[in-house]
Write a protein that binds this ligand. Sequence first.
Ligand code: PAF
Length: 279
Amino acid sequence: MEIITKISDLRTKIKEWKKEGKTIGFVPTMGFLHEGHASLLKRCREENDIAITSNFVNPTQFGPNEDLEAYPRDFEKDCQLCKNIGIDVVFHPEPSEMYNNPYTYVNIDTLSSTLCGKSRPIHFKGVCTVVTKLFNIVTPDRAYFGEKDAQQLAIIKKMVKDLNFDIEIVGCPIIRENDGLAKSSRNTYLNSEERKAALCLSKAIMKGKEIISHATTPEIVLNEMTKIIENEPLAKIDYISMVGLDDMQPVKEINKDILVAMAVYIGKTRLIDNFIYKV
Ligand code: PAF
């Protein structure tokens, strides 16, 4: 496995592989890898001749008061995991290698106006920009994203379609701890009391899944889910919403494929979870 820090070095390698007709799979990450990432990396390894991952905490997707500095990092452990999975390249650029006083950004309307995009106004502009740059550098055949970040996945799929990237976007299921909590790099911020409290997210998700097929309105589902979160003293709801899977806009009826998504603060830690309901 090679660790590459320079864009030009990665491009040289990729040109050689492309000349040999090899397919390239890509998993963009911000590091501090957990089993959720491992599932994407394994699938990427299985489905492509060459498996590349990026490990880059992208500054442009963090707002001014967010956790960019505190974001957990453990590059050595990440590399060990990638090596065990058989990843060919870990791309680990410095921020200055990725951003040199840029004036160009990629943004997406509508799909980023709700849910996390509403609470974190510059977030998806940063995500779309860095993913576009990484796609242009790596030029993968397939790229893998987790369904835990369901809005991000919908946005990347739309961006790829709108900007004519010749890349297949593969969504991979949420990986959970044994007790139900969705795996996330941010779970590491939780103390033991908060870790227990965080279970209210997956409990609300389970409740939503259980009642949605016989609920007549979105409110019935959302109210039941809200009650579960509100019962937990350490939890504070950022949002709980039901949106169309195609446009990420709130739905009035449950008559198309939808995403039920939530962001909840447990203490100072903002966690997300969701489920998809197909009619
Ligand atoms: O999902 C993430 O970890 C990030 O948003 C991504 C896609 C790696 C872009 O920085």
